[in-house]
Design a protein around this ligand. Structure first.
Ligand SMILES: Cc1cc2nc3c(=O)[nH]c(=O)nc-3n(C[C@H](O)[C@H](O)[C@H](O)COP(=O)(O)OP(=O)(O)OC[C@H]3O[C@@H](n4cnc5c(N)ncnc54)[C@H](O)[C@@H]3O)c2cc1C
Length: 416
């Protein structure tokens, strides 16, 4: 039961419909008519669904409801849900994270990290079945890339694949698998020869039924999401479930990182907007010393600064997504220049880093501006703060995004 310290009048004003109203005033002009309609429907769903969330239960109970509305992912078109692309996916993550950032984290791992390879490289009936189950939210997916000894250096993974006449044997252990302990499907990676990852890495859709076992890691900031260790146990994966044969697995892993990072940007923006707008509403109504605390410049100026940065990051993210959709996602592979591939890798990495860090900073700063109520369960901000703590490390940590950018800078310098 929630013990209340927040006045009812303020709580009513902090209703999700009001938070979305403020958001729409900021982003509406950045959307096409179709995108605006998508957002209106999505927000109506979230306003209704938020009331049904049972916060004592894990997020997975909400997956089928998301699936019914085509909200497990929107990077790729699936069934009648044809409004798709990385901008739609950013809009989905942004709005879902404002409703329930833990649910958004888990559905992104299932729908994008596990689901995207079925759209890009899944050409068998078996993989189509996996795709339908993941998108419907009736089955749960995850990605097993990181290992205990191979975090940022994911390319040089220790997991081994052995070629069999009709598929591959997978041996190894993965770490930090979001959804792993609950998952039915695992996009897994291993190398036939770990000294030659580029030439021999395999990407495949592994299932729990093939023999995977998992253990849950304790990650207190996201209590309703299960993150774990995943053991391949020498499982046998048939060729029909292989999405990237030896060598292709490496290419697909790195190609996939671009839309995956853009999807994470949507969640980070949602976390930022949620904290900022909930904070702005609260501080405009909360009175101290006879005045709303927002009337004190010590409160309003820091909010203005956070607002400037988040609004600018949002415009940048939308623009990057629009370019990615038009020039890469919807283009024929042979028509895409090498330079554009490289640029999209850099842009997705830099906006992921910017938005993730900003999400955390905004949430922490908003808590200081709001005061005590923000760390209780009376507002959305405390739950959002938990998820904001992991945004920078997932999808490649700060040092790796900086490594990508500094590598590109070094190349630039060599060209003059
Ligand atoms: C909550 C959570 C969920 C996750 N979900 C998934 C998932 O679903 N699937 C999955 O496969 N993985 C997942 N991860 C793993 C995540 O992607 C890794 O944690 C991340 O890539 C960093 O790896 P690491 O933790 O081993 O850190 P390390 O690689 O050990 O890095 C530690 C520090 O060193 C820095 N560093 C390392 N190398 C360099 C370098 N060359 N230059 C500069 N700095 C460097 C890093 O930036 C970091 O600051 C998750 C992690 C967390 C915490």
């Amino acid at each position: 039961m929630v013990v209340k310290v927040l006045k009812d009048e303020i709580a009513q004003k902090m209703a999700l419909k009001n938070v979305y109203k403020l958001l729409n005033e900021q982003v509406d002009l950045l959307l096409s008519p179709d995108e605006r309609k998508f957002v209106q429907e999505l927000q109506a769903f979230c306003i209704d669904h938020e009331k049904k969330i049972d916060y004592t239960k894990d997020v997975y109970v909400d997956f089928p409801e998301l699936g019914k509305h085509g909200y497990i992912q929107r990077l790729n078109s699936w069934k009648q849900f044809t409004q798709a692309g990385s901008k739609y996916e950013i809009l989905l993550g942004l709005n879902l994270a404002m409703m329930d950032p833990e649910l958004d984290l888990a559905r992104l791992a299932s729908g994008i990290l596990c689901g995207n390879p079925t759209f890009q490289h899944g050409h068998t009936p078996e993989l189509k079945k996996v795709q339908d189950e993941l998108m419907a939210g009736t089955k749960i997916g995850c990605i097993g890339m990181t290992e205990m000894n191979r975090g940022s250096d994911t390319g040089h993974m220790e997991a081994r694949c052995t070629t069999l006449p009709d598929g591959f044997k997978f041996e190894g252990t993965k770490a930090f698998t979001t959804n792993g302990p609950k998952a039915d499907y695992f996009i897994g990676y291993g190398c036939v020869d770990s000294a030659k990852p580029r030439e021999t890495m395999v990407q495949a859709m592994l299932s729990r039924e093939m023999g995977i076992t998992t253990e849950r890691l304790t990650i207190p900031v996201v209590p309703r999401v299960h993150i774990g260790k995943t053991y391949f146990n020498g499982l046998k994966c048939p060729n029909t479930m292989v999405t990237g044969p030896p060598g292709k697995g490496h290419e697909y892993l790195f190609d996939g990182l671009v839309p995956e990072r853009l999807a994470i940007v949507g969640s980070s923006l949602g976390i930022g907007w949620s904290s900022l707008l909930n904070g702005v509403i609260y501080c405009s109504l909360r009175e101290q010393f006879g005045n709303p605390i927002m009337s004190y410049q010590a409160v309003s100026f820091p909010f203005a600064d956070l607002f400037i940065r988040l609004s600018s990051a949002t415009i940048t993210a939308f623009r990057i997504a629009e370019i990615y959709d038009a020039k890469i996602l919807k283009a024929k592979r042979e028509e895409i220049s090498k330079d554009l591939f490289k640029a999209s890798a850099q842009w997705s990495s830099q906006i992921k880093q910017l938005a993730a860090r900003l999400a955390h900073e905004i949430t922490y700063e908003t808590q200081q501006l709001m005061g005590g109520v923000s760390v209780t369960d009376n507002t959305r901000v405390a739950q959002t703060a938990g998820v904001s703590q992991i945004q920078e490390v997932i999808g490649g940590s700060r040092g790796i995004q900086q490594l990508i950018l500094s590598g590109n800078l070094a190349k630039l310098i060599r060209s003059i």
